[in-house]
Design a protein around this ligand. Structure first.
Ligand SMILES: NC(=O)c1ccc[n+]([C@@H]2O[C@H](COP(=O)([O-])OP(=O)(O)OC[C@H]3O[C@@H](n4cnc5c(N)ncnc54)[C@H](OP(=O)(O)O)[C@@H]3O)[C@@H](O)[C@H]2O)c1
Length: 391
């Protein structure tokens, strides 16, 4: 994984506004359950300390170094990493990058088995480095089924990457998941929320020296950037729509309770992804040593994410990003970036939203006010728990 280790994690920098111009442009499992239970008990106690010191901190501003050093535990086995949405784009490129290193067994968690198998073969992934398991994030039953299937494999879980997403910028009316949630937030946030909440338990049991849970974010959910200021802007409001389940039946299908807007639903879901990562960090990092991170991989203008956009946009967006904004990143490069967040020994800081500057060096980026709002993160967590049946 030479390309991964090349990038110095400590390098600091600021990505330019131009670089950030982006979418929205109108054109061996060894511990026991009791270990997990006691982690939860300690966590709950600490959370009761409430609005205390930890709750006041802004996680991304003050991420803590993991106490569990790389050298404190050693294992020679391959790491097991689950990547959702590994059938195309960023997920596939990351799967390829990790598989090629020979150090990872990639569990490709995807809704279309055949498509994923063909995709893995098309990028030359060798069979001994990957497994495909069915996961449809638009169904909570499917998420629970996936977790059961994974557990039956008896593989330890070392890293989980929540990467899959859908983006429906031109949808005039909402569509809904099997459980009745607006599709964008249902897939991108709620499906991943249930998945990661269930699987963090498995990660606690793993003996792997550097366990990580990565939730892919986006610049478009951050209103402290140029791209994040292109309408419609992300805004979760007072969460009244999320509280109502976003069913569109007796209320709104949008988190903020407003009118449906597909592009905004995507951006809102990305704020939820970044808030969830930070809430995980606050609730679990200290007790479990798991590193929680998010990232903006760059503008990968060629991926299937833009499949629902009008053809003219899909034609012009890649050259626009390549030659005008210069924010374009190839799928291979973006995959190497996400692979760093999964595996690079220098990216073990928890609670960080990673970005890359013009010299391709990673740096800890700042999230917008809303995307780092501690109170909102807790509320999104609590409401999401109810919606996915965990509370
Ligand atoms: N592209 C960019 O410029 C960019 C920028 C910032 C962040 N991101 C983030 O990068 C991540 C990957 O996006 P991408 O650009 O690589 O897009 P992509 O090529 O469209 O990949 C999205 C993946 O999500 C999967 N997926 C969609 N709905 C699903 C569902 N219901 N259940 C399971 N899997 C589902 C897709 O599966 P199918 O193959 O079955 O459709 C596909 O594998 C997303 O989190 C996105 O927000 C992308």
């Amino acid at each position: 994984m030479a390309s991964i280790s090349l990038v110095a994690a400590s390098a600091l920098g600021k990505s330019s506004l131009k670089e950030n111009a982006f979418m929205g442009v109108s054109l061996s499992n060894h511990s026991t359950m009791s270990e997990f239970d006691s982690v939860c008990a300690r966590r709950t106690k600490r959370n009761r300390v409430a609005g205390g010191v930890r709750a006041q901190a802004t996680a991304v501003m003050t991420p803590s170094e993991t106490k569990f050093t790389e050298s404190s535990k050693k294992t020679l086995r391959k790491g097991n990493v689950i990547i959702t949405g590994a059938s195309s784009g960023l997920g596939l490129a990351t799967a390829k990058s990790l598989a090629e290193s020979g150090k990872w067994n990639v569990i490709m968690a995807c809704r279309d088995f055949l498509k994923t198998e063909k995709a893995a073969q098309s990028v030359g992934m060798s069979k001994e480095n990957y497994t495909i398991m069915h996961l449809d994030l638009a169904s909570l039953d499917s998420v629970r089924q996936f977790v059961e299937t994974f557990r039956r494999s008896n593989l330890p879980l070392d890293v989980l990457v929540c990467n899959a997403a859908i983006y429906m910028p031109n949808a005039k009316t909402p569509t809904f998941t099997a459980d009745g949630f607006e599709m964008g937030v249902g897939v991108n946030h709620l499906g991943h929320f249930l998945l990661s909440r269930l699987l963090v338990e498995d990660m606690v049991k793993s003996d792997y020296p550097s366990k990580r849970l990565v939730i892919v974010g986006s610049i478009t959910g951050n209103t402290n950037t140029l791209a994040g200021n292109i309408p419609p802007k992300a805004n979760l409001g007072d969460l009244r729509g999320l509280a109502g389940g976003m069913t569109g039946q007796n209320g709104s299908s949008m988190i903020d309770g407003g009118e449906f807007w597909g592009a905004k639903a995507y951006k809102d879901s990305k704020i939820c992804n970044m808030l969830t990562m930070q809430e995980f960090h606050r609730r679990y990092h200290e007790d479990t040593g798991i590193t929680f991170s998010s990232l903006y991989p760059g503008c990968i203008a060629t991926t299937g994410l833009f499949r629902e956009h009008i053809p003219l946009f899909r034609t012009l967006f890649p050259p626009f990003q390549k030659y005008i904004t210069k924010g374009y990143v190839s799928e291979t490069e973006a995959g190497n970036r996400l692979a760093q967040v999964v595996a690079d020994p220098s990216l073990t800081k928890s609670g960080v939203y990673w970005s890359w500057n013009k010299t391709a060096a990673s740096f800890e980026n700042q999230l917008s006010q809303e995307a780092s709002d501690v109170d909102k993160a807790r509320k999104v967590w609590d409401l999401s728990e109810k919606l996915v049946g965990l509370a």
